[in-house]
Design a protein around this ligand. Structure first.
Ligand SMILES: [Zn+2]
Length: 626
């Protein structure tokens, strides 16, 4: 049977199994055992539908991706119907919880029913389902348009002056012999960070921010209107209000106040850095500084130049020290040393020959905990950022182990220090899934609140700047030369440089997202042009960043501020590791009190349990001043 038909058959089987289990649950008494039965249903759904959404993003065969996408829509229909199941909703409200964990499970379950529209009158309830289904469909097409974009930017060798030869030598050529660069991370970074000619960088920048095109701008506009209408069905003035009431931030005012504080803390620094970049550009081109302007495609290039000139740091110089496979072994070793989990490679035939599988076991007990899949390198049709998919949530009640897939797009030549940081960040998400030990699978690992979920990953980011942590590299690869101490020292000091520009950008993204989902549900591109134009560098006419801003089309709508919000938590978490980033005792406490708890306790409580005090933003704002 062809693969796609096999996929369709598997889709039918999964839906049928979930449907049968749902019928049994509907007839079940709402006693203390109901919670486990509801969790069991969620497990069946997760096992059958999780791989479907994942395969859409990584399968090398386009026909399979499309079959999976069609299956995903059928699951969406199943889930939006389930979300409005009155019998289950009534049962959830009748069940008496035995303890705080069961109470949290019930509250979350009830909230999900409410947010799916179960309590609405007939007409708006039906509309809520239709809107939910349509939003999923629109989000799918948006993501597909980005993923399947096969644009190649042609360059002559002269135009690539400055770009390390290893970064383009093996690329395909067009009939005129020009090098064809894709829009994937390694290609984009190579040109934007190194091409001496502004025109070469500008072409790459414009190609990258044309991705998705007018089609995706229209889809994002539709999504914004649908979300606004959806919030309105529940009596909320905006989608921001609808979403934020369920987050750590609680309400829009608090999220905006926080963003305002971030902005105030970095505004001056951003301007100072931009003046320095302008001076660097003037020196580079021999133009008078007053007549020199920093364009969008200059910022990254000149930041790297200043870093090289002032701190003698060249990210490219790290690649020979961090081969990809050894880098993976290194981050897994960090997890082993700090958190007591060992990763052992196992043979498995997966969606692509490059993909690897690991079994995670608890170092002390030898107990198997999880399976981790790792997909390291870019290829056509593959998700083009870095992310982790939680495919299975663990459950102590079911003796169920976890399963996650880590997907990145690394350069086969080796990683820069920045890329090693990205790999460790993503491993942080995988660990949150793998080391979860909640009672119920529905509360496992990364099911935590969206403005908390980045904290465990962001916490680990600065581990790669620690000489003692990096020394683990030689344990996994004795043949790899250690990064010279001076080089690392320089990277540590250079790290602070560029923070003003970088945080201002994150602030812009977060504010843009909140603005899009505000009460007036404005038009995406016009709003973006207005907001980006108000920044010191301004907007490059003709570019359309929102057309490929996948976070906003997907699950981060009214939630992008969560990256900055989580970073506050991450920096507070780091204070516990200030003396020793590899302290196994602190690591174990962190694993037990934060990572293993998933969403069965509120994040504020996890932080209190681990830190021994209320969490605060002191470390974050102190860092912004550094
Ligand atoms: Zn992340």
């Amino acid at each position: 049977m062809p693969t796609t038909l096999r996929w369709l058959a598997a889709c039918d089987r999964g839906l049928a199994a979930a449907g049968r289990q749902l019928q049994v649950l509907e007839r079940r008494r709402a006693d203390a055992g109901w919670i486990a039965a509801m969790d069991d249903l969620n497990v069946t759904i997760e096992d059958a539908s999780g791989p479907v959404s994942f395969i859409v993003n990584v399968h090398p065969d386009k026909a399979v991706r499309e079959a999976a996408q069609a299956c995903e829509l059928r699951w969406q229909d199943f889930l939006s119907t389930l979300g409005q199941n009155r019998r289950l909703y009534d049962a959830a409200r009748r069940v008496k919880p035995r303890d705080a964990i069961d109470r949290a499970f019930l509250q979350e379950t009830i909230d999900n029913f409410v947010d799916a529209g179960v309590g609405l009158p007939d007409a708006p309830r039906q509309r809520a389902k239709a809107l939910n289904d349509r939003m999923t469909e629109v989000g799918q097409v948006f993501a597909k348009n980005v993923r399947d974009d096969a644009t190649r930017v042609p360059y002559t060798q002269d135009e690539l002056a400055g770009v390390p030869e290893a970064g383009w030598k093996d690329r395909p050529r067009d009939e005129q012999g020009r090098v064809l660069m894709g829009l994937d991370g390694p290609s984009f970074d190579a040109v934007m960070g190194h091409a001496e000619q502004a025109a070469a960088r500008e072409r790459m920048y414009r190609a990258r921010y044309a991705m998705g095109g007018e089609a995706n701008l229209a889809l994002l506009g539709e999504l914004v209107r649908l979300r606004h209408e959806y919030a309105g069905l529940f009596g909320y003035a905006s989608y921001d209000d609808f979403v934020l009431r369920r987050r750590m931030a609680h309400d829009l005012g608090r999220a905006q106040r926080f963003l305002g504080e971030v902005k105030a803390a970095v505004a001056e620094r951003e301007l100072r850095e931009l003046r320095e970049l302008r001076d660097e550009k003037a020196r580079h081109l021999g133009t008078p500084p007053e007549a020199t302007r920093i364009e969008r495609w200059d910022a990254y290039f000149y930041t790297e130049r200043v870093r090289r000139a002032r701190y003698s740091v060249d990210q490219e110089a790290f690649r020979p020290y961090f081969p990809p496979q050894e880098s993976l072994r290194f981050v897994l070793k960090v997890a082993e040393r700090l958190l007591g989990v060992r990763y052992t490679p196992v043979a498995a035939r997966l969606w692509h020959p490059d993909v690897q599988a690991y079994v995670a076991t608890d170092v002390r007990s030898g107990k198997p905990l999880a399976t981790l899949y790792v997909d390291l390198y870019p290829r056509d049709g593959k998700y083009n950022h870095a992310a982790v998919w939680s495919l299975r949530g663990a459950s102590t009640r079911l003796n169920r182990t976890a399963e996650a897939a880590l997907v990145v797009n690394m350069d086969r030549r080796g990683l820069t220090l920045d890329e090693l940081e990205t790999l460790l960040h993503e491993l942080g998400h995988a660990l949150h899934n793998n080391l979860s030990a909640t009672r119920h699978a529905s509360q496992a690992g990364t099911s935590v609140l969206r403005d908390f979920v980045e904290a465990p990953s962001q916490m680990l980011e600065d581990w790669v700047y620690d000489r003692r942590v990096l020394a683990l590299f030689q344990e996994v690869c004795p043949a790899c030369r250690p990064v010279p101490e001076a080089m690392l020292k320089q990277a540590v000091s250079a790290r602070e440089y560029g923070k003003g520009v970088q945080f201002a950008r994150q602030h812009l993204y977060a504010s843009y997202d909140l603005a899009l989902h505000a009460a007036d549900a404005p038009e995406p591109q016009a709003t973006w042009v207005r907001m980006e134009s108000a920044t010191p560098i301004g907007h490059a006419e003709g570019t359309m960043l929102p057309a490929s801003f996948g976070h906003l089309a997907g699950g981060y709508a009214a939630g992008y501020y969560g990256y900055l919000w989580s970073l506050v938590v991450a920096m507070d978490l780091r204070t516990a590791f200030a003396k020793d980033r590899l302290d196994p005792a602190v690591g174990l406490r962190y694993r037990q009190r934060v990572l293993s708890q998933g969403s069965q306790r509120p994040p504020e409580q996890l932080l209190r349990d681990f830190l021994g005090r209320e969490t605060d933003a002191k470390a974050f704002f102190a860092d912004l001043q550094k």
